[in-house]
Write a protein that binds this ligand. Sequence first.
Ligand code: BEZ
Ligand code: FE
Length: 303
Amino acid sequence: MRAIDEHTITEAALDQMASTPDPRLKEIMAALTRHLHNFAREVDLTPDEWLEGIKFLTAVGQKCTAYRQEFILLSDTLGLSSLVNALHDRRATEAGTKSSLVGPFYRQDSPVLKLGDTIVTKPTNGLEVCLYGRVFNSAGHGVPNATVQVWQPDETGNYDLQKHDPSEMDLRGTFRTDAEGRFYLRTIAPLGYMIPMDGPVGDMIRAQQRHGYRPAHIHFIIGAPGYREVVTALYLQGDEHIDSDTVFGVTASLVTGVNSKDPSSPIPNLPTIKFDFHLPAAAAYGSGRVGADPSQIVAKVAS
Ligand code: BEZ
Ligand code: FE
């Protein structure tokens, strides 16, 4: 009979899990168990602290709905989502645009629009801009007919989901690139915003005296047959939180600006936000989306 103590417990737990037939599940659960045990030993975790942790995770789960994913927000604010993105980017066989967070406001099935259309559907005081760029492959050729999904907050830093009936979509759309891989549309310059702070993750952020803001950004999911989907965002330089994003989504190569005099604008007489994307060739590993439309996650759990 093995004596279970603070040191032998880890081997005992790993031994019992050794029967796991799926090798990847076995590897992940063994590493998770080892790290959790080492964490508890490192901080000399007390029963009261453990219970606080259980209460916190329970509250995170209870905050989740079809329109809110508090667990992903927790992952984002701990830097785990960005770490998983960086590992995903490292696995690419060709260099491409760096990944960034999907965030909680992505919706599948945004309106399909034509190049040059606007994604603004509600009255706005925002600065109208032309958002444009090209989608390239690694050989430097434009990718025709690529799907460009775009979504963003408004000039006050709010997404449609935070303002309207969730069935009313605003400031989001799906476009197809032209024969040269170009896309262009009308929108407004977004403002940065605070992540949702009315849940347990907000309590954590306040307890850590963090500001809770994300810099102004526009999200994209771009894909085409034969290419690895790019899930990313562009970030606007000059935002006061560009170097301290609460969810660690910003990286230098994703930063661009608003240009008030752009002779290359495909929609003349509008300020522009320009950003080009680079799609690596498809590879035989899974999705590059850290995040999801929350309603899809809940539907899967419920079924
Ligand atoms: C967002 O960009 O929409 C976002 C990402 C992570 C956490 C909260 C918001
Ligand atoms: Fe966002």
